[in-house]
Design a protein around this ligand. Structure first.
Ligand code: ACO
Length: 331
């Protein structure tokens, strides 16, 4: 058995109250149908945040729940790693707003920008910091207000995304602990960045009236190309996580993939040799919440007791960049 350095000791999620169904797109003049969206993506509804439900607000709700389940107080947190593609402000990091909100006065806090793979990147960073001896306890959050950066007039993207946050507490293992992070894997390919991006509004092309009028500060995506890469790279990420943990698909009790699209999830599971009965899917209820999708799903499967102490869980993600990542944990 591979000795582990760190384990997840608590999970939580924070979701906006408002449910926006596929049929609700008609009310904002988007020409689409429930049938088209369900057939292509598996999505039936998503949560859409109100103005007061900021990225930090959702992150704080998820974090408080994870801390309470782990029995960790804000003063015990050494580092807050917050993955987001939708920071509340461009400066400073949303992680420091979260730190202030939680009163985690001892913690260092920073954001990770790796799109949908960001929470798995954060988990890997937390494990590495624990391994180095720098910290004992990390709060790793994925929080996204995707509704703020999608083009609500572009039916090929606006139907895909939703808002939400998920969080976990990661702590140093005690000697002989069986639970823990068994393997992690991260990879990127920046040559493909323009297949899923926000063209303008950053430091290279700061905001102008024209940018806002052209909506070129919002997400643009080449859907079919992204689909092909997502299937290929998520399959690679699954292989690499299994190899590093010296496991096979049959050893995995549950696959918790990034929830972008049911067809991408099915293709990834098939490649890894994992039947759909061992794959968790909630994209039908939340849409694609980017880096929040895996920690939200992880919190649900633990709460529903689909997995429990001793279960082996594989998580796999793919996102803008492109970035892709995976991890296998034993609960
Ligand atoms: N409702 C109805 N019709 C639509 C909609 C819609 N919401 N969106 C597009 N269409 C139309 C198009 O206009 C096109 O019509 P045309 O043939 O008359 O031109 C037709 O449907 C087919 O469009 P495609 O884009 O070719 O449809 P496709 O089968 O590829 O499905 C989809 C599109 C669902 C976006 C698919 O490509 C996909 O899932 N891609 C991956 C996207 C994704 O998951 N991205 C996120 C991953 S990374 C991350 O999470 C950040």
């Amino acid at each position: 058995m591979i000795p582990t350095i760190a384990r997840i000791t608590g999970t939580g999620r924070g979701l906006p109250a408002r449910i926006f169904t596929n049929d609700d797109f008609a009310s904002i003049g988007v020409e689409t149908s429930d049938e088209w969206i369900v057939e292509r993506t598996g999505i039936r509804e998503r949560r859409i945040a109100a103005e007061s439900e900021t990225t930090c607000w959702m992150a704080a709700a998820a974090s408080r729940s994870a801390m309470s389940k782990a029995g960790v107080t804000s003063g015990e947190i050494d580092v807050i790693i917050l993955s987001t593609a939708t920071p509340d402000r461009l400066l400073p990091a949303t992680a420091v707003d979260l730190q202030a909100e939680l009163g985690a006065t001892r913690a260092a806090a920073f954001d990770v920008s790796a799109a949908c793979s960001g929470w798995l990147y954060g988990l890997t960073i937390a494990e590495g910091m624990i391994a180095s001896g720098a910290i004992d306890t990390a709060l790793v959050v994925g929080a996204e207000k995707m509704s703020a950066i999608i083009d609500w007039t572009d039916r090929s993207t606006c139907v895909l995304f939703g808002d939400g946050a998920g969080a976990v507490i990661v702590q140093r293992n005690k000697a002989g602990e069986k639970a823990g992070i068994l393997s992690t894997f991260m990879r990127s390919d920046g040559c493909l960045a323009d297949l899923l991006y926000r063209p303008h509004g950053g430091a290279a092309h700061p905001m102008t009236k024209e940018i806002v009028e052209n909506r070129s500060h919002l997400v643009r995506m080449a859907g079919r190309e992204v689909f092909k890469h997502a299937v290929r790279e998520m399959s690679e990420a699954a292989d690499r996580a299994l190899d590093s943990a010296k496991l096979r698909g049959a050893d995995i009790d549950l696959l918790v993939p990034h929830q972008a699209n049911k067809r991408i999830i099915e293709a990834t599971a098939k490649h890894a040799g994992i039947p759909m009965s061992k794959v968790y899917v909630n994209v039908d209820r939340f849409g694609n919440t980017s880096s929040a999708s895996i920690p939200i799903a992880l919190d649900e499967v633990i709460e529903k007791k689909i997995v429990g102490p001793g279960s082996t869980v594989m998580m796999v993600a793919f996102g803008a960049g492109f970035t892709w990542a995976s991890a296998i944990i034993r609960l």
